[in-house]
Ligand binder design. Structure first.
Ligand SMILES: *[C@@H]1O[C@H](CO)[C@@H](O)[C@H](O)[C@H]1NC(C)=O
Ligand SMILES: *[C@@H]1O[C@H](CO)[C@@H](O)[C@H](O)[C@H]1NC(C)=O
Ligand SMILES: *[C@@H]1O[C@H](CO)[C@@H](O)[C@H](O)[C@H]1NC(C)=O
Ligand SMILES: *[C@@H]1O[C@H](CO)[C@@H](O)[C@H](O)[C@H]1NC(C)=O
Length: 386
């Protein structure tokens, strides 16, 4: 069974590779021509996730603990030139995805201007895969964000209802999904982070998080989602927060925290198995896995190839502290200082990444080097189905 699907994959890969390149060229060249409307593969994107994907749903009072200063400069200084409530110096992966598809940046659901006809972002910083109640019940007070991925699904359903979609349950909300890319940013990093210091075993966190997450995906697919990208967890052991908490002998071959990278690796392995199950259950949908973990690892192994001179230190933080990071003086607080050249840094504020890093990662997802099956397969299916 496994070997059949693997063979099937590689067949798909070779088959769609050239088709995809021509689609990308068609997108960029038609967008560049002045006359006529470019034919866009998608009219809208619906996005979900946490602070790696949030384009402004966060309320700083309920954002991730210790990172509540996203409304302050120098957040947003690179591209937008002012804070936009994005946890970076500039654009996120989801912004580069929107650009690549010639769509506007996604408006955050909580601050929706317009009718959301080009899509909406439901991702919210600090969000967990497992329901908030679990963290409350276990006195895990680091979790001050009440919204989980389940909340995002509730928001999405409200949005659909408000737009007049899915009135007739039997119609499966076809109009809402036919021209929509569903982009699910990584979620689950916070679940582990909030349990640090507790006695809750990784296995339990993983099981709960993935079961909640899979439930949400299933619900989207049942409604009629057809073109779906799901990002795995990044190399969480390379974040300054993890590096500064872990003991110095807990390191892997690339100098990051071995146990933490292993934790996200194990999470991703289970997640991918679930995605394989969903592909069988919903054959009419395309489900792409965005391999954040390996994309990040490839960059860590040869940072200069991607223009990075600094792979461990945060750009914005506490100079003089290890990894330029101090949980009590994080980016956006008075004492924090940002580096002058964020485009040469992988990490922005100790947890979140720089625009430059998000750009490389989004390229790796979109050009297929770190998406399975490659993103081009999704574009190709969309092209055929109209
Ligand atoms: C949404 O707004 C855009 C721009 O204002 C408009 O062109 C479009 O027709 C509207 N769509 C709906 C479904 O109301
Ligand atoms: C949580 O804290 C409350 C009050 O301090 C205590 O009564 C309860 O036993 C704690 N629960 C757990 C699961 O630790
Ligand atoms: C990673 O963790 C799993 C348990 O979750 C363990 O079985 C495995 O040996 C670990 N691998 C490494 C490379 O540490
Ligand atoms: C995909 O993008 C990455 C990052 O920009 C780049 O290094 C790589 O060469 C690209 N691969 C292909 C097949 O275009």
């Amino acid at each position: 069974m496994a070997s059949v699907s693997t063979a099937c994959y590689s067949h798909i890969c070779t088959f769609v590779f050239f088709a995809a390149i021509s689609i990308f060229l068609a997108i960029s060249s038609s967008a560049a021509t002045e006359a006529g409307q470019p034919r866009l593969p998608f009219k809208k994107i619906y996005a979900f996730g946490d602070s790696f994907t949030d384009t402004g749903n966060t309320k700083s009072i309920t954002g991730p603990s210790g990172f509540g200063h996203v409304s302050n400069s120098p957040y947003g200084s690179t591209f937008f030139h002012h804070p936009t409530n994005r946890y970076s110096d500039g654009r996120l992966v989801i912004d580069f995805v929107a650009e690549a598809l010639s769509l506007p940046f996604l408006p955050p659901y909580r601050n929706l201007k317009g009718n959301g006809s080009n899509g909406v972002n439901f991702a919210v910083a600090g969000s967990t895969a497992t329901n908030h109640e679990f963290f409350v019940k276990h006195n895990l007070t680091l979790d001050i964000t009440p919204e989980s991925i389940q909340t995002q699904l509730i928001w999405f359903n409200r949005f659909l209802e408000r737009q007049g979609y899915c009135k007739d349950a039997a119609s499966e909300c076809k109009a809402a999904f036919d021209d929509a890319l569903v982009w699910v940013g990584e979620i689950g990093v916070n679940d582990y982070a909030y349990c640090v210091g507790s006695s809750i075993p990784d296995d339990t966190i993983r099981k709960l998080a993935i079961s909640s997450f899979t439930g949400v995906l299933e619900s989207l697919l049942k409604k009629g989602a057809k073109y779906v990208v799901v990002q795995g967890l990044p190399l969480t052991g390379c974040l300054p927060l993890a590096l500064s908490l872990a003991s110095e002998d807990d390191r892997d071959d690339i100098g990051c925290v071995k146990s933490v990278n292993n934790q996200s690796y194990s999470h991703n392995a289970v997640l991918q198995a679930k995605l394989q199950g969903l592909r069988r259950q919903f054959p009419q949908a395309v489900i792409i896995y965005g391999d954040y973990w390996n994309a990040y690892r490839e960059i860590m192994k040869d940072p200069s190839r991607y223009g990075f001179t600094e792979k461990f230190n945060a750009c914005c933080g506490a100079p003089g502290e290890p990894y330029n990071f101090d949980i009590f003086g994080t980016c956006g607080t008075k004492s924090a200082i940002a580096c002058k050249n964020p485009s040469q840094y992988i990490n922005w504020d100790g947890v979140h990444l720089t625009e430059a890093m998000y750009k490389v990662v989004s390229n790796m997802f979109l050009n297929g080097s770190h998406s399975h099956p490659p993103f081009s397969y999704l574009l190709d299916r969309k092209n055929k189905e109209g």
